[in-house]
Design a protein around this ligand. Structure first.
Ligand SMILES: Cc1ncc(COP(=O)(O)O)c(C=O)c1O
Length: 396
């Protein structure tokens, strides 16, 4: 038999999706599964975006420009300027989702065996992109007790080696919901400048910031002009995950011209999706206000219900739509599978994402789960009730 590559064998499974066969099995047996495992919002996509595709009179569904259509990038630049991020169309590459922007960013700045420091827990697919690029993820631990705030700068400095190329943050964080403050971004700026590193910020949840807090982008920090790379996406902003449109944004011309070479290899981002995403930029403000109000209500409900459960600890998210909960169990992988295979309340169960896959340090997060609060409040309330009943049965 021809052999699979070492890289292929090393590719991690997604902790978000790996239990899907068990969920499918539960559904086949007639159970309802409440999906807390995946960040697929139930929020309606803006009608204006759907209509733009529906009403389009294209005769040929052509490739677009490699870096995305000029008209769209001009408008995206205006969106950033409105958000106090001073960039032009030339600083933006339209990608096939934020996922591709992450792959381009790593490919453009790091060689095999180079290192990227990432506060953990982190978006699990960073592991996948790093493995695909041969890059080593060096985790720096952030803790539930501190709400997953930025770890002390000394912890980063201890990990910097001649192979370190970048620090990667997610702000606000998936899976933590933590929002880095302006002061924390400044601290990171200082360290990347001192050691001449890149700072990659995954800002796909920029709009999802709660409690009157404001998002501070790395490209609002003037000193980061040549060191900062933003990864962005329309997936969550307009509940358009299936459009597959994202952005790589940098004022560093070498980063952009290098990333464009990666982009040329895949020819262009999807044409219809750019049409939808361009129209989505006209989404009225009240859409975002309503969505935010809904997420705040969901977060408040979820956290207050989880806090009522014996032995459960949870950090209060200030942004995005995820939280990490620590459970009074040893192995969340086993618990999550057992929920799907063996536990029902009124023929319903829940699917959660075991959190170990969001850590790179072996053994961390084993008693934690990630919950996405992307479902209506009634479902969330039922889900936490089921979790509580399940814990009682599982523990004894
Ligand atoms: C933190 C983070 N970054 C990037 C992505 C990838 O998003 P996209 O759908 O744009 O590829 C996701 C998707 O869930 C995410 O949560």
């Amino acid at each position: 038999m021809p052999k699979i590559s070492q890289k292929g064998l090393a590719m991690p499974q997604s902790p978000i999706r790996k239990l899907v066969p068990f969920a499918e099995n539960a559904k086949k047996k007639g159970a309802n599964v409440i999906h807390l495992n995946i960040g697929q919002p139930d929020i309606k996509t803006p009608q204006i975006a759907l209509d733009a595709v529906k009403n389009n009179q294209l005769n040929v569904l052509e490739y677009s420009r490699t870096e995305g259509s000029e008209a769209y990038r001009e408008k995206v630049a205006a969106y950033y300027q409105k958000n106090k991020i001073s960039v032009t169309a030339d600083d933006i590459i339209v990608t096939t989702g934020g996922s591709e922007a992450l792959a381009f960013a790593m490919g453009s700045i790091a060689d095999a065996d180079d290192e990227i420091i990432i506060p953990e827990p982190f978006y699990a697919n960073y592991n996948g992109f790093a493995t695909a690029s041969g890059v080593k993820v060096v985790p720096v631990v952030s803790k539930l007790e501190n709400n997953f705030a930025l770890p002390p700068i000394e912890d980063f400095e201890k990990l910097i080696t001649p192979r370190t190329k970048a620090i990667l943050i997610c702000n606000p964080g998936n899976p933590t919901g933590y929002l880095y403050s302006e002061e924390e971004i400044r601290k990171l700026a200082k360290i990347v400048l001192k050691h001449d590193l890149f700072l990659i910020a995954d800002e796909v949840y920029r709009e999802f910031v709660y409690d009157d807090k404001e998002h501070y982008s790395i490209l609002q920090e003037p000193s980061l002009e040549q060191h900062g790379i933003i990864v962005d996406s329309v997936s969550k902003r307009y509940s358009m995950c299936g459009a597959r449109i994202g952005f790589l944004v940098s004022k560093n011309k070498e980063v952009i011209s290098t990333a464009i070479k990666f982009a040329q290899a895949r020819l262009s981002p999807p044409t219809y999706a750019q049409i939808a995403s361009e129209a989505a930029l006209e989404t009225p403000q009240n859409y975002f206000d309503e969505v935010k109000t809904e997420y705040v209500a969901r977060r408040n409900l979820l956290i207050s219900e989880l806090e009522k459960l014996d032995g459960v600890k949870v950090a209060k998210p200030q942004g995005a739509f995820y939280c990490i909960a620590e459970l009074p169990i040893e192995d969340a992988d086993d618990f999550a599978q057992w929920l799907l295979e063996d536990f029902r309340v009124n023929n319903e169960t829940v699917m959660v994402a075991p959190a170990a896959g969001f850590y790179a340090t072996e053994g961390l997060g084993r008693n934690q789960i990630r919950i996405a609060y992307v479902l209506d409040q009634a479902s969330l309330k039922r889900a936490v009730h089921i979790l509580g009943e399940a814990l009682k049965t599982y523990i004894c």
